[in-house]
Design a protein around this ligand. Structure first.
Ligand SMILES: [Zn+2]
Length: 255
């Protein structure tokens, strides 16, 4: 049976001289691994090899006894994220690849998250737009906002409006707070002694986490410190550091 969906390519593996195995993040079927037979031929049904971040409507045939579905149609949307523009700005590309790594780890095949799909496609398009901009502040802010969106979409929303332990509301100055991955949220000064894994937050990072709307305008140094906290959190969730994390952290915007 042929099934229609729309998706964005998040992994490409050469399968043979002419075919690829592709992973799409689709709107209605979540992650989906497919074989694209003959895709590497210049005159293929897909217009040549499918590239990372290509996005558009697709059709696939599920195989009863095989894990891989067969891709039968895929049309790249216009306007669509432009992979060539991404690869011209290494920092932006690394940010997109980190987002893919986190998305891949935290979502399952055939587990749809339509809102997260829309957010991810918008994130890649915004990253393409920010490619080549001086400084990297905008790209890092986009990445941080997507990482928080991802946590919320997969049911791991961190507690950011009160101390997770004593439930006291966050003070306006957001001073003296800690983040604990084990507790999945903010911990106040009075409770921090009970949490081994906590990291101290600067007032600026505390303010970003309690008022997510301020992230887009935050200073480069604040964004860098916030991304370190989030990478630490994802490292705990994944039981290993995300592979792309060091590339993003090493080249964070100068403060
Ligand atoms: Zn507390």
């Amino acid at each position: 049976m042929l099934t229609r969906d729309t998706g964005i390519c998040i992994r490409t593996v050469d399968y043979s001289e002419t075919s690829q195995v592709l992973t799409f993040f689709t709107r209605d079927h979540g992650k989906l691994a497919v074989i694209a037979k003959g895709s590497k031929r210049a005159k293929s049904a897909f217009g040549g090899p499918v590239e990372m971040f290509s996005c558009g409507p697709l059709m696939f045939a599920a195989n009863q006894d095989r894990a891989l579905a067969t891709l039968t149609e895929f049309t790249i949307d216009t306007p669509c994220p432009n992979p060539a523009r991404l690869s011209a700005d290494l920092y932006v590309l690394h940010g997109c690849l980190l987002a893919v790594e986190l998305l891949d780890h935290l979502t399952d095949e055939h587990d749809p998250h339509p809102d997260l799909y829309d957010a991810f496609v918008a994130f890649i398009a915004d990253m393409c737009e920010s490619a080549g901009a001086p400084g990297r502040r905008e790209a890092l802010a986009l990445l941080i906002l997507f990482e928080l969106r991802l946590l919320m979409a997969v049911g791991l929303r961190p507690v950011l409006d009160r101390c997770v332990n004593c439930r006291t509301g966050i003070r306006d100055d957001a001073c003296g707070y800690y983040f604990s991955s084990a507790a999945n949220g903010l911990i106040c000064r009075d409770c921090e002694g009970s949490f081994q894994d906590k990291v101290a937050l600067s007032p600026q990072v505390g303010a970003c986490l309690t008022k997510l709307g301020t992230i887009a305008q935050a200073a480069p140094r604040t964004l860098r410190d916030l991304e370190k906290v989030l990478i630490g959190h994802f490292t705990q969730l994944m039981h290993r550091a995300p592979r792309m994390a060091k590339y993003v952290l090493r080249h964070c915007p100068p403060s």
